[in-house]
Ligand binder design. Structure first.
Ligand code: GLN
Length: 456
């Protein structure tokens, strides 16, 4: 049914870069055979899942939305993909994204943009617009994303779906094509909080192939989501809202209205809302757009024309350096080049302390803001994005405008804490979805499923 749905709508939505119908049907057939043989199956066995195309899938092309990886077929599975296969989920295809997950609109994909199923003229968010659109358009019930500065949560917000960035280290990054390694997390997306939680249960856990992977057990996120549906699930829950967003400046009126209604609904059910100080949140975007490009410039150095994907060997490419240069010039798009330049500059001798060093200090201050906040409250709440889905092309020529829209998602990545975006209804002025974000202390992911499910 999902393959038929993809066939019917993906010409318009363009959520997928690659669909392998035969492989998906074969995988589904194997699950059926196990079921008929009376084998014990995992809870999500047989359920289709879409995978963002910056996550390695053995034998299936993985492009990261970039020309430089065109034709590359990974010889291995990411740990999360192994886990999906281990539980017999059916991988239905690979989804579109901004090149190497750099962006907030999926317009920076080398393979053309994804369209928001709510209005095909509008962006589906980014960088994981393909995963969010696939879920929103009923092309897949579940999807994987990666979130370095909001790429799971913001697409969820503007497509009326649910997206979760786990605690840093909670889900293995092995096999995720690295962007900003100290910020990246793989996480789940779905149409409901419960589905998102059930997928997170499959993904979570220690992996010795990821040196930043956390050890220890995770509670059942499915149980946490089910708890959220109970009447008294948020009674006494302390919810903090950063004071900076109190006046709604910089947010669309409909976003602020729905956010306030969400807080009121939770208050009604016994949650205690307070305004709190997070004095360094406003510097998070500036710090992030130094740290992330710095790490990206280093991570992208591996695309050297020798080891993966594209290699340009025209008449002028007479030396190894010239082949590398011609390949990288052709293989990377404008946004990737912009960030490589910015990151290389920020890391260069003489500028390192002024830029990268300062940004790292700001990062520590943001972490301290979170620590102070979570001494007083259980979760923080904010709109996921200051706007609803804007028109394709509207911000494409203005990188700074696009960067600034990440203001409420980036702090969680800088601090390594979990964040979830849950639908908060439609903005009255344009009928487009608004997302509400909750953040919690590191390792407190389960609590987010409870509060998100309570709001749902
Ligand atoms: N919009 C952010 C950026 O462009 C987030 C990207 C991400 O989370 N992968 O960097």
């Amino acid at each position: 049914a999902h393959l038929e749905r993809i066939e019917a709508v993906d010409g318009d939505v363009h959520a997928f870069l690659h669909v392998d119908a035969d492989a998906a049907l074969a995988a589904a057939g194997r699950v059926d055979a196990k079921r008929q043989a009376g084998e014990q199956l995992a809870p999500l066995a047989g359920v289709p899942v879409a995978v963002k195309d910056n996550i390695a899938t053995k034998g299936t092309p993985t492009t990261a939305g970039s020309r430089i990886l065109e034709g590359w077929v990974p010889p291995y599975d990411a740990t999360v993909v192994e886990r999906l296969r281990g539980d017999d989920l059916v991988i239905i295809g690979k989804t579109n994204l901004d090149e190497f997950a750099m962006g907030s609109s999926t317009e920076h994909s080398a393979y053309g943009p994804t369209h928001n199923p709510w209005d095909l003229q509008r962006i589906p968010g980014g960088s994981g617009g393909g995963s969010a659109a696939a879920v929103a358009a009923y092309e897949a019930p579940l999807a994987l994303g990666t979130d370095t500065g909001g790429s799971i949560r913001q697409p969820a917000s503007v497509t009326g779906t649910v997206g979760m960035k786990p605690t840093y280290g909670g889900v293995s990054r092995y096999g995720a094509l690295a962007l900003g390694s100290s910020l990246d997390q793989i996480g789940p997306a779905a149409r409901t909080v419960l589905d998102t939680a059930a997928l997170h249960d499959v993904l979570a856990g220690h992996d010795r192939r990821d040196s930043t992977s956390l050890t220890g057990e995770w509670p059942s996120f499915t149980d946490a989501a089910l708890t959220g549906r109970k009447e008294d699930s948020v009674r006494g829950l302390r919810i903090g809202v950063p004071k900076q967003i109190a006046d709604g400046a910089g947010f669309e009126a409909g976003v602020t209205q729905r956010f306030q209604e969400a807080l009121a609904a939770l208050e009604e059910r016994g949650a205690v809302i307070s305004w709190i100080e997070t004095p360094h949140f406003e510097y998070a975007v500036a710090a992030y757009y130094l740290i992330m490009p710095a790490e990206a410039s280093s991570n992208l150095a591996r695309y050297d024309s020798v080891r993966f994907g594209l290699r340009v060997t025209d008449a002028s490419a007479t030396t190894v350096e010239k082949v590398m240069s011609a390949t990288r010039s052709k293989g990377f798009g404008d946004e990737a080049k912009r960030r490589i330049l910015l990151g290389t500059y920020a890391l260069s001798a003489g500028y390192y302390d002024a830029f990268y060093g300062s940004a790292q200090k700001v990062r520590t201050l943001v972490q301290q803001d979170f620590a102070a906040a979570f001494a007083d409250v259980d979760v923080l709440a904010a709109p996921t994005s200051p706007t609803t889905a804007y028109k394709l092309g509207e911000k494409a020529e203005d990188p700074t405008a696009m960067y600034l829209a990440d203001l409420t998602t980036i702090p969680a990545n800088l601090a390594g804490v979990p964040g979830i975006s849950v639908p908060g209804g439609l903005a009255p002025e344009n009928g487009l979805p608004v997302g509400i974000q909750f953040m919690a202390a590191a390792r407190d992911d389960a609590r987010l499923y409870t509060v998100a499910a309570a709001l749902e």
